[in-house]
Design a protein around this ligand. Structure first.
Ligand code: ADP
Ligand code: GN1
Ligand code: MG
Length: 365
């Protein structure tokens, strides 16, 4: 069935004539991604085909409109800076009806992007140099969008990085206990309860006018930036589904939580979960360097808080999803979301142990 749908969907896009192969691709937790190859071999041409997750994104057509607007704006900025707009941002391939998506017979929304060739996407940074370059790419992305009119964007996920709201969603999941797993997670719940006040820190700073609301990426995992396969330089920031008004500290924090963790996000041996200060420093240099004068003093000072709260928030989201029966994040084994949550909470502890060092690094930049 899936094959028939895939075939029908592909036929509806304006792809060039040829023989096509399709295979699952990438390690995203949300959408279903395929690599579509025209005439596999030396002169092949590749595309990325994605089924947008409807459980996560309630209004997928509006999401596409966001992506259209953001990529169009970026194309202008990139061209103005002398870059290659077809390589440095995503390009949607239209369907034959002129829309930038196809709805299949089951109501699922599909889209196609040009494949950005000669790039790599990493799940863990190999070196501090690579991580610094990815920090620069996300910093540059934020700077390039700084003049984008935020009011044009739909909030594709309401309260996406509203950490107090995420705390309340966890409380809700605990009360409902849908999957009947509450007894196994008492320690994790007790851990989260300690942060009931602290989860407000960044949004309070926003309300007090200490830091600005910007157009941010909101999902700055390392595998959401494509790096040049020879130089390692950031080429293209991808996964634009959550580009919305947000906080620089959260974009910074999401990268740190993922790339400065010495272990994978779902590592179960928690001894291996450490915060790498060299990685933290490298990313901070790249990110702050590219944001440049656009970043205020208070905003900079709150970057370590962004790292801690984003790690905690992600852990709370994994834990809530575990309690809800794994409806949001794709899992690949039993208790996968619980393993991810424990890993994130361990990283929060590690960050607290290294708090003074993190602050000193940020002050030195
Ligand atoms: P998800 O929302 O599920 O994380 P992504 O949009 O991040 O989906 O895509 C998953 C993976 O597919 C990425 O991490 C990247 O490796 C690869 N990918 C996505 N878009 C492109 C593209 N245009 N060119 C090359 N690789 C891509
Ligand atoms: C999801 O889509 P992906 O895999 O890049 C999630 C992020 C989480 C991340 C945890 C839309 O990112 O918010 O931080 O998993 N994306 C969405 O790995 O919820
Ligand atoms: Mg992704």
């Amino acid at each position: 069935m899936e094959n028939k749908i895939l075939h029908d969907v592909i036929a509806q896009f304006t792809l060039p004539e040829g023989e096509y192969t399709v295979a699952p691709y990438g390690n995203g937790h949300i959408n279903v991604t395929y690599c579509v190859v025209k005439n596999p071999g030396e002169n092949q041409q590749r595309f990325i085909l994605q089924r947008v997750n409807r459980y996560v994104f309630k209004e997928p057509v509006k999401l596409i409109e966001n992506v259209e607007q953001v990529t169009e704006f970026l194309r202008g900025v990139i061209a103005g800076e002398g870059g290659d707009p077809y390589r440095e941002t995503l390009t949607l391939v239209p369907a034959k009806d002129g829309k930038n998506y196809v709805i299949d017979e089951e109501g699922e929304l599909w889209r196609v992007y040009l494949f950005v060739e000669q790039t790599i996407s990493r799940d863990l940074p190999d070196t501090t140099e690579l991580f610094e370059l990815s920090g620069a790419a996300f910093g540059k992305f934020q700077r390039q969008l700084s003049a984008f009119p935020a009011e044009k964007l739909v909030e594709t996920i309401v309260d996406f990085h509203n950490t107090p709201a995420r705390f309340e969603q966890l409380m809700d999941a605990i009360r409902r206990n849908d999957a009947g797993r509450i007894d196994d997670v008492q320690e994790e719940i007790a851990f989260c309860m300690k942060y009931q006040q602290e989860v407000h820190t960044l949004l309070d700073a926003l309300k007090a006018g200490e830091i600005p609301l910007r157009v941010t990426h909101n999902d700055t995992k390392l595998n959401n930036v494509l790096l040049d396969e020879t130089t390692g330089k950031g080429v293209c920031v991808i996964d634009l589904d959550t580009v919305m008004p947000g906080l620089a500290a959260y974009d910074f924090g999401d990268s740190i939580r993922f790339g400065a963790n010495t272990a994978a996000e779902d590592e179960t041996d928690l001894e291996k979960v450490q915060l790498s200060l060299p990685m933290f420093e490298a990313f901070a240099r790249g990110f702050v360097g590219e944001c440049g004068s656009a970043m205020g003093q208070r905003e900079k000072e709150l970057l370590p808080m962004g790292a801690k709260l984003m790690t905690l928030e992600c852990g709370m989201r994994f834990l809530a999803d575990h309690l809800n029966g794994d409806k949001y994040f794709r899992i690949h084994r039993e208790n996968h979301n619980l393993d991810r949550a424990r890993n994130q909470f361990q990283l929060v502890r590690r960050m607290e142990e290294k708090w003074d060092e993190m602050m000193a690094i940020i002050r030195s930049i």
